[in-house]
Ligand binder design. Structure first.
Ligand code: PA5
Length: 443
């Protein structure tokens, strides 16, 4: 199974005892529940508090959806989408869609945009497939998933009738509030609760992530076990030298204070690309406020060495990189030997692709460090549910600590409201008459 390793030996910056102490104190503050945003700390003990009965209920519901549908559409945005998408992609065969048979339903995502083409193409592709839907919204009022759900709900009811729709639609939302809760109650949909004290971007280990993942065939028990292991490894009372979440948080803050305003998360495994997207939301929404915060960016390597590589090596020196390194791939592929050797690659013949990938990783790290881009490394043993669960909790814990070190509330997102107000005003939503007048005057 192995554990996650964090290596900051190439960050080129010494972490002062004061910062180490502050990082440890920030971790204690999270556990004490007396810091900023302390009504959203439920995620800290989620892995160890999800009970057998919760898991069984999720697995039972997943099995029921699997029985009925070839395709399950997960409708949600932000924290109600990115975690499931990230883990599912990491855990899936990269070419799953080309296999003749699927062991599990295909899980698709909708409601993460308002694109008419996306919706039209998805609905057209589903024409001859049996479908079901999981609709996820903590507030129950988010516009993007609400629009997508209207369309998918209408299609399910048209095809199967209202009665059968109750077996094909599952809602995940607040236990008492919001339009989705009312709708689920009125329509009689099975519903799962997003705990009050868990914010969207920290919710992947609640039914928000667990149900879509169970439908997609991910071993959610192993995912939670990995997260539990990291919960213990970063618990209250764990000292700085043992606590890799505190270390990562401290190092990134030290780099930020030294002028490194951008963090690029990268990996040499393309199936981790959406882990980057999940991480960007986690850190961007948690830290980017009050005029502060490291800008979270990402690359997928080695592909992006041929696009972003030039900038990273030679552009503005305001960034550092964090690489998620995978110790052991799941498969073995060796480079072929070629008699003519026209491409001059015979010196690699017989080598595993992974050996070459690892040398690319090391070579890039050394080049970037030489070029003034400090490198941090998070090593996971392999891409499996246990490691991904541990990685999720590692990043969540480090994010909480890091936000406190930065001096922000890592659990709110006041800036997300601005665009919504403008959009509602432009769409002339009832109740927005004044804003509509004001915004139209600006156009
Ligand atoms: O992290 C967050 O809180 C946000 O990104 C939300 O997850 C996102 O806005 C979706 O909200 P909701 O689940 O209420 O539809």
């Amino acid at each position: 199974m192995g554990t996650i390793k964090f290596d900051a030996s190439k960050c080129g910056i010494a972490i002062s005892d004061t910062l180490k102490k502050s990082a440890t104190e920030a971790n204690e503050l999270l556990h004490a529940g007396t810091g900023a945003g302390n009504d959203f700390l439920g995620w800290i003990t989620l892995p160890s508090s999800v009970g057998e009965a919760d898991i069984e209920a999720i697995e039972r519901q997943a099995a029921a959806l699997r029985e009925r549908a070839e395709v399950v559409i997960c409708i949600g945005i932000g924290g109600s989408y990115l975690g499931a998408k990230a883990v599912l992609d990491a855990m899936s065969d990269s070419f799953e869609l080309l296999h003749a048979t699927h062991r599990h339903p295909i899980v698709l995502f909708a409601g993460q945009n308002i694109s008419e083409d996306y919706m039209a193409e998805m609905m057209a592709a589903l024409k001859d497939r049996s479908i079901a839907a999981i609709v996820i919204s903590k507030s129950g009022t988010t516009t993007e998933p609400a629009i997508a759900f209207r369309i998918v709900k209408a299609e399910i009811e048209r095809r199967y009738g209202k009665e059968e729709a109750k077996h094909r639609i599952v809602a995940i939302t607040d236990k008492a509030r919001g339009a989705l809760k009312t709708l689920a109650d009125n329509e009689g949909y099975p519903a799962f609760v997003i705990p009050d004290n868990v914010g969207g971007r920290y919710s992947v280990l609640t039914p928000v992530g667990l149900l879509p993942l169970a439908v997609g065939g991910v071993d959610i028990k192993a995912l939670l076990a990995g997260a539990q292991e990291m919960e213990r490894a970063t618990a209250a009372g764990v000292g700085y030298e043992q606590n890799i979440a505190a270390q990562y948080a401290a190092v990134r803050n030290a780099l930020y204070r030294a002028g490194k305003k951008i963090e690029i998360l990268g990996s040499y495994e393309p199936k981790l690309q959406n882990i980057n997207e999940w991480w960007k939301q986690l850190y961007g929404e948690s830290e980017g406020k009050d005029g502060k915060g490291i800008f979270p960016a990402s690359v997928t390597l080695t592909a992006d060495l041929h696009s972003m590589g030039q900038y990273i090596q030679d552009g503005e020196r305001t960034m550092f990189e964090t690489i998620i390194s995978v110790a052991e791939p799941a498969h073995e592929v060796r480079v072929e030997s070629d008699e003519e050797n026209l491409d001059g690659l015979n010196y690699l013949a017989g080598k595993r692709m992974n050996e070459i990938n690892k040398m690319a990783e090391l070579g890039v790290c050394l080049a970037h460090v030489d070029g003034g881009v400090p490198n941090l490394r998070v090593e996971i043993p392999q891409i499996d549910a246990h490691s991904i669960g541990a990685l999720i909790y590692f990043f969540e814990k480090a994010c909480g600590i890091s936000g406190y070190l930065l001096g922000v509330n890592p659990f709110n997102q006041p800036g997300v409201e601005a665009y919504k107000k403008n959009m509602f005003a432009l769409l002339e939503k009832p109740g927005y008459e004044e804003q509509t007048k004001a915004i139209k005057a600006k156009l």
